[in-house]
Ligand binder design. Structure first.
Ligand SMILES: NC(=O)c1ccc[n+]([C@@H]2O[C@H](COP(=O)([O-])OP(=O)(O)OC[C@H]3O[C@@H](n4cnc5c(N)ncnc54)[C@H](OP(=O)(O)O)[C@@H]3O)[C@@H](O)[C@H]2O)c1
Length: 363
């Protein structure tokens, strides 16, 4: 452009004109230009209103702090992060300081939003910063146990933040002043809600009830989105175990893809419940180590069942007692057919034990 202006000035002998009109092509009296037939894929990019406040329940957790950082880089300037215990680690202090350095006003609320009073405190704190633009529930309490070992308290502990908090957020966001400013109502759920996982019945149940609250919202024409995550690596409660663990036959999803996937999911409006996970590749899992064939098959079947070490499991327990569900039966059925050419029906798989599997593969 600069070169063009210099060239025009030189041609005109002018030195001080203010406007340059550029004719890209001659005026068309009739449309002669061709429309492009090629379509170009759009790039999804969520953006948040800097004048609104955004609330992250469980915002001081592993994923909460990462989501906050991502949101601030996407425009958020007013954040409310809740947790029952508040900032308790140097990591949380540093991450919150980073958010402030990036220009965000951050309020930490050490409450559980499980009563109407606390829900009102939350709304007041957030609206002081600005009209509420989004609720993101990333709260998590896990108490994994075999069903018979649960007390009422241990069973219900994970339900508070999933069910009570989601229900209260739903109620307050159906009323003014929140109703008209709210753009996002997002629940971080888990594949465990539909897949099941040994010892996590209560967690799966809590997520499932909260998911239905979001579905109801969508039917009522107000914001509601559920993301069922498979295990997430790098941070959070699974991240602490490392990036090679296998849970519900899924590998931990790395953080950068969690963010890019979430970006896409937040922008789409077609589905209320979406999921994101990295499936385990059983064909490569079969190739490792010096194991015998029955050992390999037992290990892979164990991974599908969510059993870390099959040698620690009672070999005479039926798979159904170890938490087998219909999806797992299908996965085991396909693995046996593909890897050892054994064809069973799902009923036979339900009654199978690790000892009977071993004998079958040996035979
Ligand atoms: N990480 C994964 O692999 C994974 C997989 C699937 C789904 N998810 C979902 O993603 C979300 C975040 O997981 P994460 O790994 O980041 O968990 P995390 O690191 O354990 O963080 C969860 C946070 O929730 C807070 N919390 C618990 N009860 C609360 C309550 N009543 N009110 C406010 N805060 C509460 C906890 O803080 P206090 O103890 O101080 O309250 C904690 O900081 C969860 O909803 C989880 O279900 C995670």
């Amino acid at each position: 452009m600069h070169e063009l202006v210099t060239a025009i000035k030189a041609a005109d002998g002018e030195t001080s004109f203010k406007k340059v009109l550029i004719q890209v092509r001659k005026e068309e009296r009739e449309k002669i230009c061709q429309t492009f037939k090629t379509s170009f894929p759009g790039v999804y990019c969520s953006w948040f209103d800097p004048d609104k406040s955004y609330v992250l329940i469980g915002g001081l957790g592993g994923l909460g702090l990462e989501l906050s950082d991502w949101m601030v880089r996407r425009g958020v300037r007013k954040l409310v992060l809740t947790s029952r215990s508040g900032i308790s680690t140097g990591y949380q202090t540093k991450k919150v300081a980073n958010l402030r350095q990036l220009g965000a006003e951050v309020v930490i609320l050490s409450i559980s939003v499980n009563t109407v009073e606390n829900a009102n405190i939350l709304v007041q704190s957030a609206t002081k910063l600005g009209p509420i633009g989004g609720f993101f529930n990333l709260g998590l309490v896990l108490v994994d146990k075999p069903f018979l070992e649960h007390t009422v308290e241990s069973f219900t502990a994970p339900l508070d933040v999933k069910i009570n908090t989601t229900r209260l957020l739903d109620q307050i966001s159906r009323e003014e002043p929140v109703r008209s400013s709210l753009d996002y109502f997002v629940l971080f759920s888990s594949m465990v809600a539909n897949h099941g996982h040994t010892g996590q019945y209560n967690y799966g149940f809590g997520n499932s009830v909260a998911e239905h609250i979001c579905e109801r919202r969508r039917l009522d024409g107000i914001p509601g989105l559920v993301v069922q995550w498979g295990p997430v690596g790098d941070v959070g409660f699974v991240g602490k175990m490392g990036n090679n663990v296998i849970i519900i036959a899924k590998l931990p999803q790395r953080l950068h893809t969690v963010k890019s996937t979430f970006d896409y999911m937040l922008s789409q409006t077609t589905s209320c419940i979406v999921s994101s996970y990295v499936p385990q590749d059983h064909s490569t899992a079969m190739d490792s180590g010096e194991e015998t064939l029955p050992q390999k098959i037992s290990r892979v079947v164990g991974e599908i069942l969510g059993v870390k070490d099959v040698t620690n499991v009672d070999g005479d327990k039926e798979f159904v007692e170890l938490g087998l569900d219909s999806l797992m039966s299908v996965e085991i059925k396909q693995t046996l057919e593909r890897q050892v050419n054994i064809v069973l029906d799902t009923k036979e798989i339900q009654l199978m034990t690790f000892n009977s599997l071993k004998s079958l593969v040996e035979a």
